[in-house]
Design a protein around this ligand. Structure first.
Ligand code: SAH
Length: 340
């Protein structure tokens, strides 16, 4: 049976027309699903018995099954969900001031095999559906009440390798009848999947874009991110420039800093011209340890030197403090494992 939560509001309107109902019904159903968190059609009291029965015959109302909840010393929370067909995914809730950010997964596993990341270590299993992507935020809705909510598509997987379902999930999250999350409060992060970036540009949303750069030369990027062999730096940068030209909101460059690998002064100097072309800020993320990988985080002095070299080139740079490291919830540590 089809999960009704896999439909955007527009798709649900079409379904209503197909069932001989008015499109207004779709808005009512959306309200029940996302504002009132109702999980049975029978409880949607203003729909009338006959529509309730049609819906019950035609659709299920899916939800994620929580199988683990881990709390970090720094208040970060990691949610482990089991999907209906068995595999697990993770979502992270990060609190800072009055703001809460949900870090959402878009795939089970990952195809792209970045050398420093846990998410691709066991390969790729499948795309998440729109219902499963949006469902992670829906599940946390209660915890988000009264806080400004941001959604970052930076969990397991590559969002721009699952564009169709990502688009639908963003629509459900954004819709005033859904979760009412403003586009500018959402950020899609990509390893630089050029066709996905082109697709994202065409959507013309005011959603932010992050590019996981991690290296300023093709030689180094090829060794850290095999996807660079398919979509080399120049193509990724050109796709970013095109996004900006067509009214894209802003780009952040993410840079995982790994000891002795990409943390030299020359590496920092190489980043500046790229950031200037993309009018972007650089977000430096000290490497978070991943079990089984040989990398290390640079010492404090080296990190500061890296930041200063970039600043001296008049490029704005921030240091992202890793959150949730003690519960393996930091960037690149999500692997959807139950036993660790
Ligand atoms: N596939 C997308 C979405 C994942 S976002 C992307 O690559 O952008 C997760 C971010 O954490 C990416 O920037 C990723 O490169 C980074 N990351 C991966 N492993 C990491 C690690 N061990 N330490 C710190 N950051 C890491």
């Amino acid at each position: 049976m089809k999960d009704i939560k896999d439909l955007t509001l527009d798709e649900l309107k079409s379904e209503m027309m197909r069932l001989g109902e008015t499109v207004y019904r779709a808005e009512q159903i959306f309200g029940w699903l996302y504002k009132k968190s109702v999980s049975r059609f029978g409880d949607m009291t203003n729909l009338g018995r006959s529509l309730q029965e049609k819906l019950t015959r035609g659709f299920s109302i899916g939800s994620l099954e929580l199988v683990g909840l881990f709390r970090s010393k720094d208040r970060t929370e990691k949610y482990l969900f089991r999907l209906h067909d068995g595999p697990c995914i993770e979502s992270v809730l990060i609190s800072a001031g009055g703001r809460k950010t949900v870090c959402v997964s878009t795939q089970v596993g990952c195809k792209f095999g970045c050398a420093f990341c846990a998410s691709g270590l066991n390969g790729f299993i499948r795309n998440l559906t729109a219902a499963e992507i949006a469902g992670q935020v829906v599940f946390l809705k209660e915890s988000l009440e009264r806080a400004t909510t941001n959604v970052v598509f930076m969990g397991m997987g590559e969002p721009l390798d699952n564009c169709g379902n990502l688009d639908k999930a963003m629509s459900i999250l954004h819709s005033p009848k859904g979760l009412s999350i403003a586009a500018r409060r959402m950020t899609v992060s990509t390893a630089g999947i050029v066709p996905g970036m082109e697709h994202f540009t065409k959507l013309g949303l005011q959603v932010n874009l992050s590019i996981s750069l991690h290296a300023a030369t093709d030689a180094l990027r090829n060794s850290l991110m095999p996807v660079n062999k398919k979509y080399p730096l120049e193509k990724v940068i050109a796709a970013g420039e095109d996004y900006l030209r067509r009214g894209g909101r802003k780009i952040t460059l993410e840079y995982v800093l790994i000891k002795g690998i990409n943390d030299s002064t020359a590496d920092a100097e190489g980043l500046a011209p790229i950031a200037k072309r993309l009018r972007s800020k650089i977000n430096v993320i000290p490497y978070s340890p991943v079990i089984g990988l040989p990398f290390e985080v640079p010492d404090k002095k080296r990190i500061l030197n890296f930041l200063k070299t970039i600043e001296d080139k008049n490029v704005s740079v921030t240091l992202r403090q890793s959150k949730g490291c003690d519960i393996l919830a930091a960037c690149g540590q999500l692997a959807g494992r139950i036993n660790r």
